[in-house]
Design a protein around this ligand. Structure first.
Ligand code: FDA
Length: 308
């Protein structure tokens, strides 16, 4: 089921059907903070008031249109300007998918995306915040990491994302475990072949723990991105074992997912950052969230049948 849904996350025809379905807006609003910069700023303000940190993602991925990639870059620039004006930038950064800013374009895509990401990093620095490069499917991992290294020459706080389901990730954790290096560890959300990724959930969880141990033992700044209670408990125990002060790492969760746990951790004095997607290109993001939890799929199907 999970693998079929992940395949659908890239289907143009299903996308057309889903995005026009009656009632789908209710499901989208559960996982995304509206379509506009204003709605993203409003959600950010509310989360910060609740003691949480934020990373904003302007939705859109796999862009094959140069103008669309430029528009996405500009949306980030506008958002960062607003975060600065509103005094929210110290607690809110942005997450960027390189495929949304042109990485997949046929001619010179990676270079174009790097230039766009550089402009976003400049804007983030000018208001006092940071950028994290989301990680997409495994065919883009090397490009994304090489863009990260390039950006870090000028913007050393640029964050990386590593996916525990990939066989290579323990090695990548070691390579990125350097002083000041911000590394988000997640399980991984794409449909990947067994040649590159663990298929069994328990193997992914075991890999996550091995990676966590590497990151928490080293000098980097780990960002523990999971809603999995068992992994959160293991992370809490490992931070104590490695003598990590609260604030020397952070937990991260998705907007609308396990809000009780987000607040529990924050109340316990942990830094907790919420990944907040916004914008009109929500299809791929939403289908991945449905793949993660059957109850979300039921919500989506009911909405598509007009019963929501
Ligand atoms: P798992 O999927 O096992 O879920 C554990 C429990 O959490 C579930 O049993 C359920 O209770 C709850 N839960 C999880 N997902 C839910 C959902 N959608 N709705 C409701 N409940 C849910 N991936 C990627 O490939 N590249 C990236 O750049 C990122 N970036 C990223 C940032 C942040 C801040 C987070 C939290 C996650 C990502 N991800 C990601 C997604 C990640 O790879 C993974 O797909 C999801 O986090 C789900 O995995 P869990 O670790 O939560 O475990």
């Amino acid at each position: 089921m999970r693998r079929s849904l992940l395949a659908l996350s890239r289907s143009a025809s299903v996308k057309r059907l889903a995005t026009t379905a009656p009632g789908i807006a209710g499901v989208v609003n559960r996982f995304a903070a509206g379509e506009t910069t204003e709605s993203a700023v409003e959600a950010t303000r509310e989360l910060i008031a609740a003691g949480l940190l934020v990373s904003l993602d302007h939705l859109g991925e796999d862009t094959l249109d140069r103008a669309q990639a430029t528009a996405t870059r500009d949306a980030y620039l506008e958002l960062l300007g607003r975060l600065g004006d509103e005094g929210l930038a110290a607690a809110a950064e942005v997450s960027v998918k390189l495929s949304a800013v042109g990485q997949s374009l046929a001619h010179g895509g990676p270079e174009f995306a790097t230039d766009n990401a550089r402009a976003i990093c400049e804007a983030a620095r000018s208001v006092g915040t940071t950028v994290t490069l989301d990680m997409e499917d495994h065919t883009t991992t090397d490009w994304t990491l090489s863009t990260l290294h390039e950006l870090r020459q000028d913007f050393p706080t640029t964050g990386a994302v590593l996916q525990a389901y990939l066989h290579r990730t323990e090695d990548d954790c070691r390579a990125l475990s350097t002083p000041g290096s911000r590394v988000r560890l997640c399980k991984g959300a794409y449909k990947e072949p067994e040649t590159v990724a663990f298929q069994d959930r328990s193997d992914v969880d075991r890999s996550y723990v091995r990676c966590l141990k590497i990151l928490l033992a080293g000098p980097c700044y780990p960002m523990v991105a999971t809603h999995d209670s068992r992994l959160i408990s293991i992370a809490e125990a490992l931070t104590v074992r490695h003598g990590r002060e609260k604030g020397g790492y952070e937990f991260q969760m998705l907007y609308g997912v396990r809000r009780d746990e987000q607040r529990r951790l924050a109340a316990a004095g942990e830094k907790v950052r919420i990944y907040v997607p916004y914008g009109s290109e929500w299809y791929g993001y939403l289908v991945r969230r449905m793949a993660e939890r059957p109850a979300n799929l039921a919500l989506g199907v009911r909405a598509m049948l007009g019963r929501d």
